[in-house]
Design a protein around this ligand. Structure first.
Ligand code: ADP
Ligand code: MG
Length: 236
């Protein structure tokens, strides 16, 4: 495993250059952990879609990414794969707390993301929780501190930040906004600002949506660092 980690680290550093030289088509061409590779294979994911092919060389090498691609183009795996890989390469364990947050505008979409995560992340040992409200807060509060990955809606996440004793995201490695244009919309502005105020600035941030978010103000709010813009118009 030590050997695997050293190799992955090195190959991810070289990935942006490699992607320019070799046409990436399949997940198997990427430097992924055996656990993620196996999760993808078992779910029959072999060929990458365009947005996955265009964004993964950046996200896997640690860059902030703003990805735009239409509905149905495979954005979920474009952010779940680098999320799993980042935590794996950091040897994240249950003791390390919340390492990644995925924020979605609706319960339904959060649930869908969670289902995909259970499938492709099956071989990993991370704990993952779905925080979408509508369930008993108390029972969630007992478990939320043990979670490594949280898939959530803004309101419920903020509720835990405000009300759950000892809950924090101080060690967060990756923040992901799915349907980012909707999450960054006016309706969520106060919640999102309050959430981001509780997150470390030194982290990787991935934003995916159907339309390109280029508002300088939004990018400043999220303290993105030299983000890579990935826009895909066709589908694989
Ligand atoms: P988006 O978020 O861009 O609307 P999704 O991530 O929900 O798209 O994916 C849309 C559909 O495409 C899902 O059914 C998903 O299983 C499928 N899909 C995603 N990536 C791949 C892939 N690489 N190969 C085959 N099917 C894929
Ligand atoms: Mg989606």
């Amino acid at each position: 495993e030590e050997q695997e980690l050293a190799t992955l680290e090195q190959k991810c550093k070289e990935l942006q250059t490699y992607a320019k030289e070799v046409e990436l088509k399949q997940f198997a061409q990427l430097p992924l952990s055996k656990k993620t590779a196996e999760g993808l294979a078992k779910a029959n994911f072999v060929e990458m879609t365009d947005v996955q092919r265009a964004s993964l060389p950046f996200s896997l090498s640690g860059k902030d990414v703003l990805g735009a691609a239409k509905t149905g183009s495979g954005k979920t795996l474009a952010f779940l794969i680098p999320m799993l890989e980042t935590l794996y390469r950091a040897k994240w364990t249950q003791m390390d707390g919340v390492g990644a947050l995925v924020i979605s505008p609706t319960r339904e979409l959060a649930l869908q993301i969670f289902e995909v995560l259970k499938k492709v992340g099956k071989m990993h040992t991370f704990s993952a929780g779905l925080l979408i409200g509508g369930k008993d807060l108390k029972s969630e509060q007992e478990r939320v501190n043990k979670m490594n990955i949280l898939v959530c809606t803004p309101g419920r996440l903020l509720q835990h930040m405000d009300q759950t004793p000892d809950f924090n995201c101080d060690a967060l490695q990756m923040l992901i906004l799915d349907e980012a244009d909707r999450v960054l919309d006016l309706g969520f502005e106060r919640d999102l600002n309050a959430i981001v105020a509780n997150l470390p600035r030194d982290r990787q941030t991935l934003l995916f949506s159907a339309t390109q978010t280029k508002s300088v103000r939004d990018l400043a709010r999220l303290s993105l660092k030299d983000p890579e813009y990935v826009a895909v118009h066709s589908q694989a």
